[in-house]
Design a protein around this ligand. Structure first.
Ligand code: F3S
Length: 284
């Protein structure tokens, strides 16, 4: 069985930077270091960070003193204000792509625009972005979220969650644009997401089966699964680690492709490659 790895897969630069900064922080000081939500959507990496002394909290109210790590998804303005009031040291790992969205939103909100965010309303990145326009954004994930009547929005600024498929941005932003008088729209999907999605599609068209590695709760991994399933509906496997695979999964396939979400570390990808190589040895 031929094993091929997608041209672009695994850790993006934003996640890599966030994880490295978190490990650095715990090496320097092992007490009172907190991340607001898990640094990345990958249980295995979170487990390792926790062993080095990083505590995950859900709200800033849970932190009395010490250091707060803001993850790559970013947070709303109020979190910076609260951290300052509590005299917490801030280690900010907000990804530059997310920071760009926050700046656009802040700027256009102050100019009197209604802000529309195409994205998942429950995703921390979107919640954080909304925190830069007083939580007043119109959040649209699907066509059913589109308001019936938007004529009263004279000025509309549209941004999109970094990990959304570009096709969804194009469709929904077009529909939103038709409902407002003046529109400023920004394709704020990040290149790492686009590259991973394009490479996954390319590879899925080439092989018999696809293995997508990444957290079950990772938004960008789920998008890769969606893309691969669209091409290989019966032979796409979404796993977090090699332990979820079994030899029967690959019966009859001549080739298998591997891709991984932006929050999947290289060692987990290598474990899966090793597993598939062993399967090959066993079958020969
Ligand atoms: Fe940043 Fe894109 Fe990664 S937004 S954290 S480079 S997936």
């Amino acid at each position: 069985m031929l094993i091929k790895v997608a041209r672009n897969s695994g850790f993006c630069f934003g996640v890599e930077k966030a994880v490295n900064k978190a490990f650095d922080a715990t090496q320097k000081n092992q007490e009172n270091i907190y991340s607001l939500g898990p640094i990345i959507h990958n249980k295995q990496v979170i487990g390792k960070l926790s062993e080095t002394g990083l505590d995950v909290v859900n709200t800033i109210e849970e932190i009395q003193r010490g250091t707060i790590i803001i993850r790559s998804h970013g947070v709303g303005k109020n979190i910076y204000e609260q951290a300052k009031t509590k005299a917490l040291e801030i280690i900010d790992t907000t990804c530059p792509f997310v920071r760009r969205i926050q700046n656009i939103v802040k700027d256009y909100y102050h100019k009197g625009y209604k802000i529309a965010v195409i994205g998942d309303p429950k995703h921390p990145e979107v919640i954080g972005i909304n925190g830069w326009c007083d939580n007043q954004a119109l959040i649209v994930q699907n066509e059913s979220d589109l308001p019936k009547d938007m004529d009263h929005f004279q000025k509309l600024c549209i941004v999109v969650q970094t990990t959304m498929p570009i096709s969804r941005f194009e469709t929904l932003s077009e529909q939103l644009s038709q409902r407002a008088e003046h529109v400023e729209k920004f394709d704020t999907t990040c290149f790492a997401t686009k590259e991973r999605q394009e490479s996954a599609k390319e590879l899925a068209l080439e092989v018999d089966a696809m293995v997508v590695i990444g957290g079950y709760n990772s938004s960008n991994t789920q998008k890769l699964v969606e893309i691969c399933k669209g091409i290989r509906p019966n032979s796409t496997f979404h796993i977090e680690t090699a332990a979820a695979l079994s030899p029967e999964d690959f019966h009859g396939f001549k080739s298998v492709g591997i891709t991984a979400g932006a929050s999947t570390p290289e060692w987990i990808i290598q474990d899966v490659i090793k597993y598939l190589n062993n399967l090959n040895k066993f079958n020969n």
